[in-house]
Design a protein around this ligand. Structure first.
Ligand code: PAF
Length: 289
């Protein structure tokens, strides 16, 4: 990767400026990695940036809190926004360019197009957050077309999102490699997420139970345990830990996200549950022994 420092990190807000800068790098045969985010950056995001730096000459981060992926009763207004702190973090991490457009730049007056990945977008999180993934796929398609990167990186923490984005890039023949990066966890196992900020101290202490429960279920299934029984035990543990509601805890095929029928298939356990004002999601691979 070409070196960048705090003084050389640039922020652009319009699409022409983004294209000019990335176009110059591409004409100079430099490879470009795109890391889309909604800001409120944490170590999980910085791990994505570090991986991007290993894989490409230039790293472009985006910060855009995309209104189209929030439902009417969701946390769009409350979503944490801290652009100047985020910019300092990106500069310290050696990111070359930050694209931070406003809503009118991404969705100008008259905007009417939506991108939908059928099937994958309406199961699991899509069944509980109707329209959410259409908002994600619409904005990610736009970002990929605006930036034209060689690769784009997304965290495995949002495993369903990652699966859907891989599908859309293939289906729409977008010439980009979509790279999944393993989830970054706190010391007690809680997956890093901007939404962890919604947890009170007491809730934060109980929240890692979600990861522990699905990890135990994955180990049980991998060792030959019954899938339905292992998932029922995990649900019980999650509720006992103080989560108020479970949206889903399910074992799915790691590529198609169809229900896992047998341990012979590559599988993953995905979960979403509510604790106080936070809705936490997590997932783990079922490591066959
Ligand atoms: O994962 C996120 O932060 C968002 O869904 C993404 C991919 C940046 C699209 O807004």
């Amino acid at each position: 990767m070409a070196a960048a420092d705090a003084d050389s990190t640039v922020i652009v807000r319009d699409i022409d400026a983004l294209r000019r800068r990335i176009g110059a790098w591409r004409r100079d045969h430099q490879s470009v990695a795109l890391v889309p985010t909604m800001g409120a950056l944490h170590n999980g995001h910085l791990t994505l940036m570090a991986r991007a730096q290993q894989m490409a000459d230039r790293v472009v981060a985006t910060i855009f809190v995309n209104p189209k992926q929030f439902g009417p009763r969701e946390d769009l207004a409350a979503y944490p926004r801290q652009e100047s702190t985020d910019f300092q973090m990106l500069a310290a991490a050696g990111v070359h360019l930050l694209f931070a457009p406003d809503v009118a730049t991404m969705y100008p007056k008259g905007y009417a197009t939506s991108v939908r990945v059928a099937g994958l977008s309406t199961m699991l999180d899509g069944a509980h957050r109707r329209g959410h993934f259409d908002g994600v796929t619409t904005v990610v398609t736009k970002l990929l077309l605006q930036a034209g990167p060689n690769i784009a990186l997304f965290g495995e923490k949002d495993y369903q999102q990652l699966t859907i984005i891989k599908r859309l890039a293939v289906d729409l023949n977008i010439p980009v490699d979509i790279i999944g990066v393993p989830t970054v966890r706190e010391g007690d196992g809680l997956a890093m997420s901007s939404r962890n900020a919604y947890l009170t101290a007491a809730e934060r202490a109980r929240a890692p139970a979600l990861y522990r429960a699905i990890t135990a279920a994955a180990a049980d299934i991998a060792a030959g345990g019954d899938i339905t029984a292992a998932l029922a035990v995990a649900r019980e543990k999650i509720l006992q830990a103080g989560f108020s509601k479970i949206d889903y805890v399910d074992a799915r095929h790691e590529e198609t996200l169809a229900r896992l029928k047998s341990i012979r298939e590559p599988g993953r356990i995905l979960a979403a549950a509510h604790m106080g004002n936070a809705r936490l999601i997590d997932n783990v691979a079922i490591q066959r022994v």
